[in-house]
Design a protein around this ligand. Structure first.
Ligand code: ADP
Ligand code: MG
Length: 695
């Protein structure tokens, strides 16, 4: 029977209906599926040892001749042992198999087999329990680098490996090479057949590396090509022309924009004038002044008679943005409103009505801005602040809110994303980088301290307050019992964790009875939260104890000290964000990371933060230490799950693949050339598999 990639697995010997069902759980239905079911790891079973030299501490292959017929003994119900003895010229090997009675006839006296297992010493002899074995020279499960696959109950690795072997032997030739020849040559990539064969059964680690490199490249290349196509498609969509002059807007600002802010605004002005829809990411470290850039967008929309919606990640931040933007833009006649969960009943109705009637030019809120029941008269621009998790799909959902023409989209991020990764996550966006801080900032000095320095730390808080400054103290949890996000467990064993409520109480009563200590956390009523924040903003509160609700965007220039308790519990990028809350005024500012953790990784991470103020560098470090899964929270980056590539370790290839994709799309924007047909098909498949992300 000729096997093809379409051959159902049930056509193969050894796969009955029951097994087929289990294989389906692994996504394996047809023989061709095996080609894409990749090993998790490999076992080097190439070297064959004799019974004198075989290592004892790890599995290895041993060739030995079965000396006598195996014996079966029934220990109790459900436990049968097959025992056999094998020999080579150096010694004796005792073999024990549990519940594999059929082996009694499979192991023939006088025949030499290769056994793979751990050859433990047993007196002068050796013993192995449940080894894998085959006739010497068979080369199926020994004498090779053995792939170890993801499995499910009732499916053995040998079965999957056997099927993979069939797939590799019988249906590789029909796999179309979808990487353009020139790309393959330029980047020294092996052919698809070679790659698919050697990722399963590599004769050597070198060949595995060559195969893997190609597969990583093809995966990233397909993805980046796909994103570029989306971008192309979107860019061809007509966009409303907005006339807006950044210089005219700059006159409204209480400060002169930095060069980087000006460039970002000019990028936007060019987008607005282009007649195409803007999809722009403004990336800039905390404190770089992204709000002003967003304000330019809102102003531009209002100037041209359409509306702008600004979405913040938290209500607190939405409130602050609404205030800042109202102060800035209302003198220019822009009508600003805030929509949060706190706006209820009749006022809410009135607000929604005004929005639908076009009586509001800029509405600020959370993602609720795009929920049902919120209608716009004429939405021209959507701004998403601090939305590094704002994926392709969400942006598309926004576009729906536009009436007729899709609104322009501006995404702002404080870049806890390494540059290289941003390339792919925001592959369908244009990017403006704000790489310059407003003048007069002195870098925040950061210290990591242990519990022994607590008294000194409190003394330092007092000193800052004495000089007229204000202080943040951040704790990881609201209540003593609160669970933290899972990834924190990786770094810190559960330990005495500072909970804001009790901590604030202690500070008020015992440590700083003479100072005003405020408290704000996410579980407070919005009104109380707002009041507590307002007191800090106005300077009434000297020390603000909080959870990470103050993480993003909150702006109090007089605050000069950020103390972070249980600092080991936060991600590096998060710590950097928190630190960005200080150093916003002209005073020298400080960040003190308090941690009792003795773990080396924890220390290394905190030290990295003391060493640099560069958010990009910290993000790279964070990615290195944590890996991308945790970095974004599972699957929150809005991209397809990668099968081969790893964002953290395959950065270099990602850059290459992105470069190649850009080059290709530049010369054939639709991929309509005949030689690009296989690539198109491959991208189509990627889109279909991830329809929920891309539509
Ligand atoms: P980001 O959102 O990028 O973290 P913000 O927009 O909140 O930063 O700006 C941080 C602070 O810097 C604010 O107090 C803002 O008024 C101020 N600021 C922004 N741009 C300038 C500038 N060009 N000159 C002086 N101060 C600026
Ligand atoms: Mg901001």
């Amino acid at each position: 029977m000729a096997l093809t990639r379409e051959t159902p697995l049930t056509d193969l010997p050894g796969v009955g209906p029951a097994r087929a069902k289990k294989l389906e759980k692994l996504g394996l239905k047809k023989l061709g599926d095996l080609l894409y079911h990749l090993p998790q790891r490999y076992e080097d079973r190439r070297e064959c040892f004799n019974l004198r030299d075989a290592p004892e501490d790890r599995p290895c292959c041993v060739a030995a001749m079965v000396a006598s017929a195996p014996t079966v003994s029934r220990i109790r119900k459900g436990l049968e042992l097959v025992k056999a003895k094998a020999v080579d010229s150096f010694g004796v090997l005792h073999l024990t198999f549990f519940n594999q009675t059929y082996l009694r006839t499979a192991l023939r006296p006088g025949e030499t087999y290769v056994f793979f297992g751990t050859a433990e010493r047993q007196g002068r002899a050796r013993s192995m329990t449940n080894p894998v074995f085959e006739k010497e020279g068979a080369g199926r499960v020994t004498g090779l680098i053995m792939p170890v696959y993801p499995l499910t109950a009732g499916i053995s690795n040998n079965l999957v490996a056997g099927l993979a072997r069939r797939a590799v032997d019988d249906c590789l030739d029909s796999l179309p090479e979808f990487l353009p020849e020139q790309v393959r040559l330029d980047h020294a990539l092996c052919q698809i057949q070679y790659a698919r064969k050697n990722i399963h059964f590599p004769p050597s680690w070198e060949e595995l590396a060559i195969a893997r490199r190609r597969l990583v490249f093809e995966e990233l290349f397909t993805l980046t090509c796909g994103l570029s196509l989306l971008k192309e498609r979107r860019e061809r969509g007509a966009g409303r022309v907005l006339k807006a002059d950044p210089a005219e807007f700059a006159a409204l600002l209480p400060f002169a924009p930095t060069g980087a802010q000006r460039r970002a605004m000019e990028d936007m002005a060019a987008d607005f004038a282009s007649g195409r829809v803007m999809n722009r990411l403004v990336q800039g470290d905390v404190g770089s002044g992204k709000t002003a850039v967003a304000a330019f967008g809102a102003w531009a929309a209002a100037q041209n008679g359409c509306q702008c919606a600004l979405m913040a990640p938290t209500e607190l931040l939405a409130e602050q943005h609404a205030k800042t933007l109202d102060a800035l833009l209302s003198p220019a006649g822009v009508r600003v409103a805030l929509l949060t969960g706190a706006v209820k009943g009749r006022p809410r109705k009135a607000l929604l009505n005004a929005l639908a009637e076009g009586e509001i030019d800029l509405i600020v809120g959370t993602h609720a801005l795009f929920s049902e029941g919120v209608a716009y008269k004429d939405l021209g621009l959507v701004v998403a602040d601090e939305q590094h998790r704002f994926g392709v799909a969400q942006r598309a959902a926004l576009a729906e809110k536009g009436s007729g023409t899709a609104p322009h989209v501006l995404v702002m991020s404080a870049t806890p994303i390494p540059r290289t990764l941003a390339l792919i996550i925001y592959g369908d966006l244009d990017v403006s980088v704000i790489d310059e801080l407003p003048p007069g900032r002195t870098p925040v000095q950061t210290f990591a301290v242990g519990e022994d320095k607590r008294a000194r730390m409190y003394g330092f808080v007092r000193k800052q307050v004495g000089e007229g400054r204000q202080v943040y103290i951040v704790c990881p949890a609201v209540e003593e019992t609160e669970d933290l996000p899972a990834w924190n467990d990786l770094y810190a064993p559960p330990m005495d964790m500072k909970a804001v409520t009790t901590y604030a109480k202690d500070l008020r009563e015992k440590v700083f009875p003479d100072l005003t200590v405020g408290l704000v956390h996410g579980k407070m009523k919005p009104k109380d939260k707002e009041a507590a924040m307002a007191d800090f903003v106005s300077g009434k509160t000297q020390v603000l104890v909080s959870t990470t609700v103050i993480e993003v965007g909150v702006d109090v220039p007089n605050a000069s000290l950020m103390v972070i308790e249980n600092a080991e519990r936060f991600g590096l990028s998060q710590l950097h964000q928190l630190r960005g809350r200080v150093g916003r005024g002209s005073h020298q500012s400080y960040c003190v990371l308090v941690s009792a953790s003795k773990s080396d990784t924890a220390r290394e991470r905190l030290k990295a933060l003391c060493a640099t103020n560069d958010g990009f560098q910290i993000a790279e470090e964070d990615l290195r230490l944590r890996g991308p899964g945790d970095f974004f929270g599972k699957r929150q980056h809005g991209l397809p799950q990668l099968k081969v590539a790893d964002f953290a370790s395959d950065m270099e290839l990602l850059k290459e693949a992105k470069g190649a994709a850009d080059g290709l799309i530049a010369s054939d924007p639709d991929l309509s050339w005949p030689e690009h047909k296989p690539l198109r098909a491959q991208i189509q498949r990627l889109f279909e598999e991830n329809a929920e992300l891309f539509n």
